[in-house]
Design a protein around this ligand. Structure first.
Ligand code: RP5
Length: 162
């Protein structure tokens, strides 16, 4: 049963979301990674949310570009936390997707991360932190990863000073 549902609005978003699946793979978190559009397949989006939620999915991650309403549409359908990844897909440089994702009405939040691959990566970490609230073993793995990040910076500093 997937712990995370990852929806992209178009197959053209697949590469952008790869850093997210890499983080979840590294942490041993299961997910369903699929394409579903808020506008082009609204019924599919709703039915995926309902099925995943029934199967115990704890967090949704939704990525889309331009009129990026996918995360909002999912947030309208579930009480589970929804993380939005805005994708750069037009000459507006991603500002269109960022505003469409982040500007939600009260009571329907979308936890919006940075644009593109940087946001995708942090969406994975953010989902892991949410799941870790009820999973002490995962919380330990996250703490170990943070220790490794700290050690990497210290090592890089020492190498540079040499
Ligand atoms: C959005 O429009 C998608 O999420 C994608 O980022 C962008 C372009 O979609 P395609 O025209 O490549 O399907 O709906």
């Amino acid at each position: 049963m997937p712990q995370v549902g990852i929806f992209i609005g178009s197959i053209s978003d697949e590469e952008t979301l790869r850093p997210c699946t890499e983080v979840l793979d590294k942490l041993g978190i299961s997910y369903l990674f699929t394409v579903s559009s808020a506008h082009r397949t609204p019924e599919r989006t709703e039915s995926l949310v309902d099925t995943l939620e029934k199967d115990g999915c704890q967090v949704f991650i939704c990525a889309a570009g331009m009129a990026a309403h996918l995360a909002g549409a999912v947030a309208a359908r579930t009480l589970r936390p929804v993380i939005g990844v805005p994708v750069t897909a037009s000459k507006l440089g991603g500002m269109d997707a960022l505003l469409a994702t982040v500007q939600m009405p009260p009571g329907y939040p979308v936890g919006t991360v940075a644009l593109d691959k940087a946001g995708a990566k942090n969406a994975g970490w953010f989902a892991a932190q949410i799941i870790a609230l009820n999973n002490p073993e995962l919380a330990q793995r996250l703490a170990a990863a943070r220790k490794e990040f700290t050690a990497e910076v210290i090592r890089a500093g020492e190498d540079l000073e040499r």
